[in-house]
Write a protein that binds this ligand. Structure first.
Ligand code: APR
Length: 246
């Protein structure tokens, strides 16, 4: 069956889906931002204060990405592409959805394996990706430059306070969803967390997370209170049962 006849499953994923692959989440006690204030590492001020510290932080996360693998939650999502038109909106900068085989992945907070010159991919150049380059898992050095003006390379990651250029694309995807799955995100960071409000009437909303989040209270969401790998099995089996009873 071609994609436009399949039920459209839109997914909003966060750090929690990669937790069982060994990648630290950001909040919740032993998260990344519980150990290092995000202002120092993931903000324009932090970059201005110490581009070296920021560069080293992302070099370490990029190196770790080479050592980890997609977990069963990523893999189940990828396998659901056979029966559903799956569109993933991810806040994650890792590439585990792609490595699991998911074909439609929209990164709204950037990508760890990519870098760009300081003066490119801005509102001035219309967020052109012309000078965004994929460097895989290797480190970037201070002094490594690129683009037409040979500017320092920085992580292709959205810092706090910066624009989220892919947001409107993401909102349109949620508006077109027959089913919306929110998985592994604390729903605390806007504008990403506001995406769930674009779901239309009739769109069934599910959430997979071992904890309560603002979404579970407000949206009347079907909350599968479990970790991603187990929750994805429950979710997949629930949907399969429903489609076979219609
Ligand atoms: N399976 C599923 N969910 C999990 C698991 C797991 N094994 N472990 C933790 N979680 C849940 C937590 O309960 C929490 O709700 O994942 C969520 C992680 O929340 P955060 O650490 O805040 O991550 P996220 O929501 O992706 O952060 C959003 O904040 O710092 C910025 O840009 C960064 O994209 C990130 C954004």
């Amino acid at each position: 069956m071609d994609n436009n006849k399949k039920t459209r499953l839109v997914v909003l994923s966060g750090a929690g889906i990669s937790a069982e692959s060994g990648i630290q989440t950001f909040r919740g006690g032993d998260g990344l931002w519980d150990n290092v204030p995000f202002e120092e590492i993931c903000s324009p001020i932090g970059w201005a204060k110490s581009p070296k510290r920021v560069t080293e932080f992302y070099n370490a996360r990029r190196a770790q990405l080479a050592e980890v693998k997609p977990n069963e939650a990523h893999l189940i999502l990828a396998s659901m592409q056979d029966d559903y038109d799956v569109r993933i909106i991810t806040q994650n900068v890792d590439n585990l959805h792609e490595r699991a085989g998911s074909k439609h992945v929209l990164h709204i907070h950037g990508e760890l394996t990519k870098v760009r010159p300081l003066d490119c991919y801005t509102s001035k150049d219309g967020f052109s990706t012309e000078y965004v380059q994929d460097i895989g898992y290797r480190p970037v050095e201070i002094g490594e430059v690129g683009g037409p003006n040979l500017k320092q390379l920085r992580p292709h990651v959205v810092f706090f306070g910066e624009e989220v250029p892919n947001l409107s694309k993401a909102a349109r995807l949620v508006q077109q969803a027959d089913i919306l799955l929110i998985i592994g995100t604390s729903m605390q960071v806007y504008p990403a967390a506001g995406l769930c409000n674009y779901a239309q009437d009739g769109c069934d909303i599910y959430m997979i997370d071992p904890s309560e989040t603002p979404a579970s209270a407000v949206l009347g969401v079907n909350h599968i209170k479990n970790v991603a790998t187990e929750g994805m099995k429950e979710f997949r089996d629930m949907l399969n049962k429903m489609t076979h009873t219609i």
